[in-house]
Ligand binder design. Structure first.
Ligand SMILES: Nc1nc2c(ncn2[C@@H]2O[C@H](COP(=O)(O)OP(=O)(O)OP(=O)(O)O)[C@@H](O)[C@H]2O)c(=O)[nH]1
Ligand SMILES: C[S@@+](CC[C@H](N)C(=O)[O-])C[C@H]1O[C@@H](n2cnc3c(N)ncnc32)[C@H](O)[C@@H]1O
Ligand code: SF4
Length: 494
């Protein structure tokens, strides 16, 4: 706990019980089988027991766990167990009462130990998380191993990770290998055990001890290759990586009544951007790897993990859709000479039922002139609102899918593919957007491609307008289309 405490989020920014449960249901329907409630500190939520009970009622969910500072377990663990809690991890960085009070700036060490013992009595095999820091608690490594002699607990040593403001430094990191060597000086028989496919920790034990020891080697041997985790912050942002920027505000999407289908799309798009390894570091390792690969640098490079990036565009996007739609409907009422008008002067859709089915493709582009500074900020992904290019891409995809709702007489066409590319061009000081839409049907998809780039362009505007209003959306145009009665190819494309 920092000396000045930590700023708390206003309550209305946090997800409500209903919002958490709705997202839990959606995630489970999409294939998630384990949910861990962590934090922040999950036990400060008054609804924590109800949350566990409601989640356990989701038929396909196999496991609900919690990670807690353990301070109120003696009061809460029994109700949590009755609610169905499957497992618990308790954070404890020291076995010394005074040191605990120094780290946490509060009393309560005895309560945490009592919470661990209660968990054991109730039949759990709790995991005890201990972050090792040099010149701080490294002298307790063997005490923690000793803690596993008579208790069926899994003590896990976590390599100290850099998070914004925690004064991380390479020198403070105590590596997995170093810790194992230290333990083997006292217990030479300390042995490795098998691990599960997506475990964060490497299991070890002293033969004969009731408990075991694990190592979470996020820094020296990252396990990103087998990482299958998604993270949802207390205020509703989905993060596909612990070290990544915030992704989308699912809270804002839900509060602006985005449909469930679009919510699933937002989640899917975030998941597809999950990288092979964590974003915050160069691929270099801090020291020789256990698998024998040689390191090339001991100086770990950190990217800026504290960069703010609130992406609340789902809400704004929804707003655009609605205002855009009513403007368009108004315009349609004044257009009496359209071909989509019947003999009585009423608007009608063209009946495409007789047309042959064919594979149709349309490509369109748009250019957003943003100026030099914004082009640089976008390229470096340094805008406060978040990752402009990814959000624009996603908005374009949603736009293509919603075209028939926006353009009054457009058919609702099942699309087989929508691809949107967003590229900052340094020389032209612009973002170029290109959409490519495909379907197999009786009418084409040029409106879908044009809508995709238009919505993507508006999204770029929306995410940049805090920096400058000197932005111009231009050159929204069809590039080519094929598969219908007449193909089209734009000649001059600059
Ligand atoms: N790099 C990385 N580290 C993680 C991730 N999840 C958990 N950890 C590390 O594991 C520590 C303990 O996290 P816990 O909340 O106990 O969760 P867990 O280890 O995933 O728990 P289990 O489900 O019991 O394996 C964290 O402090 C991190 O150091 C992750 O997704 N990526
Ligand atoms: C952030 S806490 C949140 C849950 C809960 N409040 C708790 O104390 O367990 C989750 C885990 O992250 C660990 N953790 C916190 N800061 C860390 C750091 N800089 N490096 C590695 N692990 C860290 C904690 O020790 C804890 O086990
Ligand atoms: S990809 Fe991110 S979340 Fe997954 S293990 Fe690596 S750091 Fe953790």
């Amino acid at each position: 706990m920092p000396a000045d405490g930590v700023p708390l989020q206003p309550k209305d920014k946090l997800l409500t019980t209903e919002e958490i449960l709705r997202l839990a249901r959606i995630f489970v329907e999409q294939g998630v089988r384990k949910i861990r409630l962590t934090g922040g500190e999950p036990t400060i939520r008054r609804d924590i027991v109800d949350l566990v009970a409601e989640m356990k009622a989701l038929p396909q969910l196999e496991h609900v766990g919690i990670t807690t500072n353990g301070l109120v377990l003696t009061r809460l663990l029994l109700p949590l167990q009755r609610a169905g809690l499957d497992s618990l991890n308790i954070s404890l960085d020291t076995l010394q009462k005074d040191r605990f009070e120094k780290i946490t700036r509060r009393k309560g060490w005895e309560r945490v130990i009592a919470g661990i013992d209660l968990a054991v009595q109730l039949g759990y095999r709790p995991k005890v998380n201990c972050v090792l820091m040099r010149n701080f608690n490294e002298d307790e490594v063997c005490d923690f191993v000793e803690f596993t002699r008579d208790r069926p607990v899994d003590v896990r040593f976590i390599e100290y990770m850099p998070f914004s403001g925690n004064k991380w430094h390479t020198d403070r990191l105590i590596s997995f290998k170093e810790t194992v060597e230290l333990i083997r000086q006292r217990w030479p028989e300390f042995e490795a055990l098998p691990n599960g496919p997506n475990d964060t920790s490497k299991a070890f034990a002293v033969p004969g001890f009731k408990g075991q020891v694990g190592f979470i080697t996020s820094m020296t041997e990252h396990f990103c290759g087998s990482c299958n985790r998604l993270r949802l912050t207390a205020d509703g942002n989905i993060k596909v990586c612990l070290f990544g920027n915030k992704e989308f505000s699912l809270r804002d999407a839900m509060r602006s009544n985005v449909s469930e289908e679009d919510l699933v799309d937002l989640i899917g798009a975030a998941v597809r951007r999950k990288k092979r390894q964590h974003a915050a570091f160069s691929p270099r390792h801090a020291e020789p790897l256990a698998d024998g690969k040689s390191p090339n640098d001991t100086d770990r490079r950190l990217a800026d993990t504290s960069r703010p990036s609130t992406i609340a565009s789902a809400a704004l996007f929804h707003h655009h859709l609605h205002s855009h739609r009513s403007q368009l409907l108004q315009a349609a009422r004044h257009c009496s000479s359209l071909s989509h008008v019947n003999a009585q002067g009423k608007a009608q859709m063209v009946d495409v039922g007789e047309k042959p089915t064919s594979m149709r493709l349309a490509q369109a582009e748009a250019t957003v002139l943003v100026g030099e500074r914004l082009t640089q900020l976008i390229a470096a992904n340094e805008l406060a609102k978040g990752d402009v290019l990814s959000v624009a891409q996603l908005a374009g995809i949603i736009g293509a899918k919603r075209t028939s709702e926006l353009i009054p007489l457009c058919h609702n066409i099942p699309l087989s593919s929508v691809k949107v590319q967003a590229q900052p061009l340094a020389n032209e000081q612009c973002v170029r957007l290109e959409a490519s839409v495909r379907c197999t049907g009786q009418t084409g998809v040029e409106m879908e491609a044009l809508t995709a780039v238009s919505i993507a362009a508006l999204t770029v505007y929306d995410m940049c307008k805090a920096v400058s209003h000197d932005i111009c959306i231009t050159n929204i145009r069809l590039l080519r289309k094929s598969g219908g009665k007449r193909d089209y190819q734009r000649r001059e494309q600059s």
